[in-house]
Design a protein around this ligand. Sequence first.
Ligand code: SF4
Length: 422
Amino acid sequence: MSVFEKNPVLKAVFDFSAEDTARAEDMKREKIVSLMEEGRAVLLGNPNHKNVKPVLVGGGARVKVNANIGTSPLECSPEAEFKKLKIAEESGADTVMDLSIGGDLDAIRTRMLSMTRLPVGTVPIYAVAKRYADKGRKPEDIDMSEVFEEMEKQGEQGVDFMTVHTGIDLKGAYYGDKCGRTLGIVSRGGSMLARWMLKNGRENPLLTDFDKILNIALKYNITLSLGDGLRPGALSDAGDAAQWQEVINLGRQAGEAAARGVQCMIEGPGHVSLDLVEAQIKGIKSLTGGAPLYILGPLVIDNSPGYDHISGAIGAAAAVRAGADFLCYLTPAEHLTLPDENDVKQGVMASRIAAAAGEAAMGRKSALNIQKKMSQARQKLDWEAMKEAAVDPSEIDRRRKTHKDKKECAMCGEFCSVKLQH
Ligand code: SF4
């Protein structure tokens, strides 16, 4: 059976978007279908998300960038998050994730879905954990059947992709929690599930009932983002038993999902020393059958609060070169607070630069062409053409405001070496 026979909803999404996707990615339709058939690319798009613009991830498609937004219990202004959604879009994010854990989560999510054509992702266990927290109860008390119900509800609402921590098992939770990690378990969802398993002495229901998750995903063409609940949160924890225990499970589940025609991506680290990034990415790709890899960072140092978007972009560029497909942004606010509007813009830009750097290093034609275009515009001191090639054209106008009538810029003035060549 073909992937479209197994997943007719994906076929419907592909049929209405194939022409645009093929043009945007400079790929033939047949190539995209065969990548999806092999589980090496996914097309994000739930038809219940009205006007969604499907986005292809993996298999050599342009590397995509996701922006995380959403309320927290300490900073809960839905209006501020809606503004950040707009800024993420304007800054060039390809997708957004609503990670809200404060306020009316259904109202926030449905409003975001109605506001944007970008695919929207969520982490359904957050909504369940929040309901328990509102009643003074803990994640270890969760009736896990509510996670499946939440997935079903969010699929109906139109959520396009969901993080589900299906790979963390009892053994991995034990390794992550009790076996000498510097920082233990740093993923929110991973930590909730580890607490649940260790307290109840039972295996992760998202792992044992993976089939139920596949059934829900198939119904709405939800792309599963198999979460890295045991990702390293410190350089010294990278590549330990906990991390790989989970990756092995994710690889098996990616195979099961592909066999059912369910689209899935794998989530990756975390904090990883620069010299280990390539081995980590290649190892994860190899163990998960080449499924699209969605990474958070990796941050290449631990001590850059306030500048984690830079630390993350350095790791992300190396990771793209090694095969990562999808970058979740980091902002200057990472590890500190919710990002503000400027942080969102800085985070998206840093990830877009990382993606471009990795793609240029891989020799991808489109990435090299745009660099060439910028250099040719620079050689002509053609500021309008530079704006067309720049990652952020608004910066060119903003910074040239005081001398915009000059051919050269204010760095060297009349000693402009480029002007001297003319
Ligand atoms: S003034 Fe200096 S920095 Fe500016 S364009 Fe000319 S050479 Fe480049």
